[in-house]
Structure formats: structure tokens, C-alpha cells
Ligand binder design. Structure first.
Ligand code: MRU
Length: 347
């Protein structure tokens, strides 16, 4: 499999380098974020996207803020780093990894005793988060591959692959690990309207690894399930709450269809995507711009003046989920959060 490094820190220029995912599959270009504002723009435009990659972006964003603030007074310095870091955390609301990555690095900044130490500790912690993400994805792959039978066709939605993480992927990590273990696995990638992360990104990275992938319109999923062409569904997550899993809009629809056709529905997510604090009803689902739905290839597809709704995510109730694959193993709902908290501590 060819390695993809979605996001990294560049020591020479004190900047973040990331793959511009808005240009794939037409061109493969890197973007350099030298300022916090540029990073926020990259997150909002989805140049970098996917929950674990956003966690890493948030973490590096604090390291960037720690270097960008020019204040000499240490107390005022900390206040300004916090303000800039929170702006990164709020760039997109639904994936919990973004604020988790920011808070984890910010807590190291608060513990530092000088500006020089804040520079050092923020980058050290951000690099640790990036490393842990790689390890978590490979562990998810190893645990999840046991769920995939040889000869399976797996339906996935959006992109929960290397491009959505530092590398390897969560849902696609399971597929990669299953294939590495010798299984024959084919993928059905839902195109994922309106921004086509499935068609553009999942298909791009699987083709690059010579993994068999076929793209379908999102609305064809039930038809293929009814025809017996799908063996299971594997998706990623943006936030795992007590009662629901948030992921790209359309996921809930696939979960209902999978239940109707008695197919297993698996979610792959590292613990950085778990939210032990909020229930599903408290989570803000990002509503994105009208034009993402109302225009296609530069042409209007909706009459002017007609309102459009564009929620980027939906919530799938845990009852519809067969299992959640984490870096510590496979959990069946209902989730025992005390057990998860204990397991999480010993990683
Ligand atoms: O709007 P996006 O492209 O950031 O949405 C991404 C998803 O919904 C992914 O499925 C999710 O973040 C899991 S990534 C491992």
C-alpha cells in the first residue's frame, strides 16, 4: 500500500503542510498554512477534513498559534494563544476531534513556564497526537479486519480513509488491514453528495492501492442491498455520543437500509472521536453553504430563490449499529462508558 501523509508539521518554516483535498482527484497538491487564519480557512473549505485529520490539524494549529503570538508578557501571551487556538477549535462544530486536539495541546501550553517552553511543548504534544492517530488507525484495522469475511463487498460512505486521518484510515483502514491479511475485499463507495468525498477521495485512495472500488450514487445503496450485492457497511464517525454516532449526512439512511436487509453496520472510530460528555441532541450539526447543493460543475441545479438545506452530518441511533471498532477492540452497543474510560486510560 502506498503511504499517504495527509498533514504534517514543517520544522524549517514553522508551518503546516497538508494535501489540498478539494482538488482531488484532478490534481494532487500540497497547501502550506503559515498562519492560524490560513489553517481556519483550510478547515472551513475542507482542504483538510475528516475527524482524525481535524484532530491533528487542531493540535498543530495550537503549535502554530504559540509561534505566531508576538506578545512578550507571559500572561498576555497565554491569553492570546488561547484566543487563536479556540478560533481553530470553532472552525467546524461537529467532529469532536478538532476541539479535542486543540484542548489537549492547549493544556500543555498552560503548563509551560515560559514562551520558549510553550513553543516546545505545543509541538511535542501535537506530534504525539499525530503519532497516536497512526497507531490507532492500524489497531482499528487489525481489530476490524476480523469482522470482514473473505470475498466480501463492503459499502462505505464519505471518506474515512488515509485522507481523513494522518494515514491508513479508520473504515478504510479496516479494509486495508483485511486485504493485507490475505482476504479478498471489494468496496462500494457512495459518492456522498454534495461534496463527493466518496467519489473523489475514497475512490482515489483505494485505486492508488489497487483495491477494487465501484462508485454508486448515494440513492442506489438500498437497491444494491436488496439485490444481495453488499455484505456489510463500514463507516467512520465524527462524534460518538451516548445515544448516537454522528457521521457524514446519509450515514443514517444507510444504517436504516442495512437493518432492513439484516446486514451488519459497523462504525470505525478512535477514542479521540468519543464524546463522553454530550448526548446527541446537544450536538451542533454543521449547515453548509446553499451553493454546494444548488450548483453542480458551475451550473445552477436549483431555481434561484428556492431554499436549500445542506446539513453536513446526521446522527445514527446506536440501536442501528452492530459494533464500533476502536483501537482497543470491538464494542457492541449499548456502550459501557465506564469500561471504555478504563480501557482508554491504559492505551
Ligand atoms: O465533511 P467531512 O468530509 O469532514 O466529513 C467527514 C466524515 O463524515 C467522515 O466520515 C468522518 O470524519 C470519519 S473520518 C475517519
Amino acid at each position: 500500500m502506498k503511504a499517504i501523509e495527509t498533514i504534517r508539521w514543517d520544522d524549517d518554516t514553522n508551518s503546516i503542510i497538508l494535501i489540498d483535498q478539494t482538488r482531488l482527484p484532478i490534481s494532487y497538491r500540497m497547501v502550506r498554512c503559515r498562519t492560524v487564519d490560513r489553517l481556519i480557512a483550510a478547515i472551513r473549505r475542507l482542504e483538510v477534513r475528516g475527524a482524525p485529520a481535524l484532530g491533528v490539524a487542531g493540535a498543530y494549529g495550537v503549535a502554530l498559534a504559540a509561534r505566531a503570538v508576538r506578545e512578550k508578557d507571559f500572561h498576555r501571551y497565554l491569553e492570546q494563544v488561547e484566543t487563536a487556538s479556540l478560533a481553530v477549535a470553532h472552525a467546524r462544530p461537529t467532529a469532536v476531534n478538532l476541539s479535542w486536539g486543540v484542548q489537549r495541546v492547549l493544556s500543555r501550553v498552560y503548563k509551560s513556564g515560559s514562551i520558549a517552553e510553550a513553543h516546545h511543548l505545543s509541538l511535542k504534544e501535537a506530534e504525539q497526537i499525530a503519532l497516536e492517530d497512526v497507531r490507532a488507525c492500524h489497531a482499528i484495522g487489525d481489530h476490524g479486519s476480523a469482522l470482514i469475511e473473505d470475498g466480501s463487498t463492503v459499502l462505505t460512505h464519505c471518506n474515512a480513509g488515509a485522507l481523513a486521518c494522518r494515514e491508513w484510515g479508520t473504515a478504510l483502514g479496516i479494509i486495508r488491514s483485511a486485504i493485507e491479511s490475505g482476504k479478498d475485499v471489494r468496496v462500494i463507495a457512495c459518492e456522498t453528495r454534495p461534496l463527493l468525498q466518496g467519489a473523489r477521495l475514497t475512490a482515489w485512495e483505494l485505486k492508488r492501492d489497487n483495491i477494487g472500488v465501484t462508485v454508486i450514487p448515494d440513492s442506489a445503496a438500498a437497491h444494491l442491498m436488496r439485490n444481495g450485492e453488499i455484505d456489510c457497511v463500514v463507516v467512520g464517525a465524527d462524534r460518538v455520543c451516548h445515544d448516537a454516532v454522528f457521521n457524514k449526512v446519509g450515514t443514517y439512511m444507510h444504517a436504516i437500509c442495512a437493518r432492513a436487509h439484516s446486514l451488519p453496520f459497523y462504525v470505525a472510530a478512535p477514542f479521540s472521536t468519543f464524546d463522553p460528555v454530550h448526548s446527541g441532541s446537544e450536538i451542533v450539526i454543521e449547515e453548509r453553504d446553499r451553493d454546494e447543493v444548488a450548483f453542480y460543475g458551475g451550473h445552477a441545479t436549483v431555481p434561484e430563490g428556492v431554499p436549500v438545506r445542506n446539513p453536513a452530518f446526521d446522527a445514527t441511533p446506536l440501536e442501528l449499529i452492530s459494533a464500533i471498532v476502536t483501537e482497543s477492540g470491538v464494542f457492541q452497543p449499548p456502550l459501557d462508558w465506564d469500561f471504555i474510560a478504563q480501557t482508554r486510560r491504559v492505551i
